[in-house]
Design a protein around this ligand. Structure first.
Ligand SMILES: Cc1cc2nc3c(=O)[nH]c(=O)nc-3n(C[C@H](O)[C@H](O)[C@H](O)COP(=O)(O)OP(=O)(O)OC[C@H]3O[C@@H](n4cnc5c(N)ncnc54)[C@H](O)[C@@H]3O)c2cc1C
Length: 270
């Protein structure tokens, strides 16, 4: 059951900082509330005050400058999906947003602000584990910055889930000089599979297609899996192998100007 709380609706970052300072340890920031309210209903956290960041001006914009795409902290999934800028510069992010997800699938930098100053934290360093981030108590996430991939990069995102929440998400990008393979929802934090990437970076798409099975098997060995109500660690490793293989096949086919139309149960491919 939800306990009573006060809802603050500030309109500037300065007001957010004042509220955090005035009520330390009692206030939490909230955006959509989907994750936060679950924690509150379960009694895992008991904040007395919620600070709504959606009312803060200028956090809901998407901008492009200096080769970087900046996504404000309160931009909605729908906004990402429909943004012409995101569709043009980072089409995979626009496609993934359509299926509820996030920017874990790309290299990103998070911009954090507090009265002490602002700092940029690479996405890889930000997420430390389940419900644990590098954010300090007085900091507000104001935006996420993405560096669009070079032209001729092909990509695929695959999400498997029997229930509403995903059991696994795989993102693959391949280009003339780069291969990126990232897996989410399987271990304590999203993981880039560096060993898999190292085995095939720079390989032409036809070779990636031919080696998809072998690379999928390598992914199953490399991934750090944790069992939960969606399946055991062993199951998740096997699923990772199969899904990395499929995502590689789709991305490599796209790099060759082809499409793979196979459908899999409980699977979304973007
Ligand atoms: C049914 C369901 C299906 C889902 N499916 C997927 C899926 O397919 N893929 C996927 O990736 N995710 C999925 N999710 C998770 C979803 O991505 C998260 O619930 C959502 O991103 C949380 O956003 P929110 O705005 O509701 O955050 P909130 O619940 O409002 O906040 C989450 C946390 O972030 C903090 N916070 C919020 N804003 C800021 C800020 N500006 N600065 C600092 N801290 C802040 C809050 O204090 C809280 O700790 C699913 C969730 C549900 C409920």
């Amino acid at each position: 059951m939800l306990r009573p709380f006060t809802l603050d609706r500030p309109s500037t970052l300065g007001e957010v900082a004042d509220l955090l300072t005035a009520h330390p340890h009692e206030s939490v920031l909230y955006a959509g509330g989907t994750e936060l309210l679950l924690l509150m209903k379960e009694g895992l956290i008991r904040p007395r005050r919620l600070i709504d960041v959606k009312t803060v001006r200028d956090l809901d914009a998407v901008n492009a400058e200096n080769g970087t795409l900046t996504i404000g902290a309160t931009v909605r999934h729908r906004g990402l999906e429909r943004s012409a800028l995101v569709q043009e510069r980072c089409p995979l992010v626009a496609g993934v947003a359509r299926h509820v997800a996030n920017v874990r699938v790309r290299d990103g930098t998070l911009h954090l602000w507090s009265r002490r100053g602002a700092r940029d934290v690479p996405l890889a360093d930000f997420i430390r584990g389940p419900y644990e981030t590098a954010r300090e108590e007085d900091e507000v996430l104001t935006s996420v910055r993405l560096r669009p991939w070079p032209a001729k990069t092909a990509s695929a995102y695959l999400k498997f889930g029997v229930y509403e929440r995903p059991t696994l998400g795989v993102a693959v990008a391949c280009g003339p000089d780069a291969l990126r393979v990232t897996v989410g929802c399987v271990g304590p934090r999203p993981q880039r599979l560096f060993e898999v990437e190292g085995k095939a970076t720079g390989e032409p798409a036809a070779v990636l297609l031919a080696r998809a099975e072998e690379l999928g098997a390598a992914a199953a060995l490399e991934v750090e899996a944790v069992g939960d109500r969606h399946g055991s660690a062993e199951y998740k490793r096997a699923l990772t192998g199969a899904c990395v293989k499929r995502a590689l096949q789709v991305a490599a086919a796209r790099a060759q100007g082809q499409q793979i139309h196979t459908r899999y149960a409980h699977t979304v491919i973007v």
